[in-house]
Design a protein around this ligand. Structure first.
Ligand code: IPM
Ligand code: MN
Length: 367
């Protein structure tokens, strides 16, 4: 049986707590003999800054490069508000994405029937929701140059961020979206703001060409990003695959997360190009939620997004779709049995801790 090498980066805030639940599950699968995982741990974000003065060390970058998949929980927190910009916690995550060319971020938003009541929207709007946001992750305003604050004198400064996309970047993220759609409900909604942005004009043109050339069998529609935000809370079930740029994707995926009941529910996969030698894509798996410093260390965090991200690693990096299905079924199972962390408590009588939720999912996996 192959050994899968996981490089685990718990990071900051609730990160270590939710990651501990994934480690339990990986250990269980190894013991059960279904798959063998070898876990190596590193530091990222504020934790790395406190230890080494950087947001991720060169040694940990090398370990990440050698791993079969990277799991990251969360970075950041008010403790590091004052640290220099280039070593702030988020810089560690952005470096991982950029150095490994993880250009495609898959953020599935699924509303489990048991949680339809926990959403801030009416049950009938979200019950059965199953959409996928494909967010471009290594371009756009996150990385465009110049990116600076210039002192203009006389107390005035000018801040610049640069939104920039090239044809190949739009094409490769478009292909990911169209390929996913073919395995789902065959519909792609491409989103930008071509009414005010040149990068939006190019984005739309490239998507239209790509669709005509390679994916005429898939339904393609275009929606301005502001309108898409509105439609996501108005009638979210109209969407199948949404493809959009780095910044719009960041915002829209937080909105989509809340539709499912809580930010604590949404997993994600960040994947790169296929490696010609191994036939595999480099990949990092991370929940959509952040480090939630306000509840850190209290056992209140919901581990489901992190566990779901591990499930995505099994599916996309290791071809262990059946194990991923088992994890998803176990999550649905515990939710149906009424297990709730505080973020998805709704009207439930009581909530369970991070560890209790992890244990319940484990028990469900044991069957
Ligand atoms: C996310 C996060 C990150 C982002 C932060 C932590 C840099 O919000 O993964 O959605 O903005 O991409
Ligand atoms: Mn975000």
């Amino acid at each position: 049986m192959p050994i899968y090498k996981l490089f685990v980066l718990p990071g900051d805030g609730i990160g270590p707590e939710v990651m501990a639940e994934v480690e339990k599950i990986a250990a269980f699968f190894t013991k059960e003999g279904t798959a063998r995982f070898e876990i190596e741990k590193g530091l990222v974000g504020g934790a790395a800054y406190d230890a080494n003065g950087t947001a991720i060390s060169e040694a940990d970058m090398a370990r990440a490069a050698a791993a079969d998949a990277i799991l990251l929980a969360a970075v950041g927190g008010p403790k590091w508000d004052g640290v220099p910009y280039d070593v702030r916690p988020e810089a560690g995550l952005l470096r991982l994405r950029k150095d490994f060319n993880l250009f495609a971020n898959l953020r599935p938003a699924i509303c489990y029937p048991a949680l339809a009541g926990a959403s801030s929207l009416k049950r009938e709007l979200v019950d059965g929701l199953d959409l996928m946001i494909v967010r471009e992750l290594t371009g756009g305003v996150y990385f465009g140059e110049p990116k600076e604050i210039v002192d203009l004198g006389k107390g005035q400064k000018r801040a610049v961020d640069t939104q920039v996309y090239e044809t190949y970047e739009i094409e490769r993220i478009g292909r990911i979206a169209f390929e996913l759609a073919r395995k789902r409900r065959n519909k792609v909604t491409s989103s930008e703001k071509h009414n005010v942005m040149k990068s939006g004009v190019l984005w739309r043109d490239v998507m239209i060409d790509l669709h005509k050339r390679e994916y005429p069998d898939v339904q393609l529609e275009h929606m301005l990003a502001d309108a898409l935000g509105m439609q996501l809370v108005r009638r979210p079930k109209q969407f199948d695959v949404i493809v959009t740029d780095n910044l719009f994707g960041d915002m829209l995926s937080d909105v989509a997360a809340m539709l499912t009941g809580s930010l604590g529910m949404l997993p994600s996969a960040s994947i790169g190009e296929v490696n010609a030698k191994t036939g595999r894509r480099k990949a990092l798996y991370e929940p959509v939620h952040g480090s939630a410093p306000d509840i850190a260390g209290k056992g209140l965090a919901n581990p489901i997004a992190m566990i779901g991200s591990f499930g995505m690693a099994l599916r996309y990096s290791f071809g262990l779709g059946e194990l991923a299905d088992r994890i998803e079924a176990a999550i649905a199972g515990v939710l149906a049995k009424g297990y709730r962390t505080v973020d998805i408590k709704g009207d439930a009588a009581k909530s369970v801790s991070t560890g209790e939720m992890g244990d319940a999912i484990l028990a469900e996996l044991r069957g």
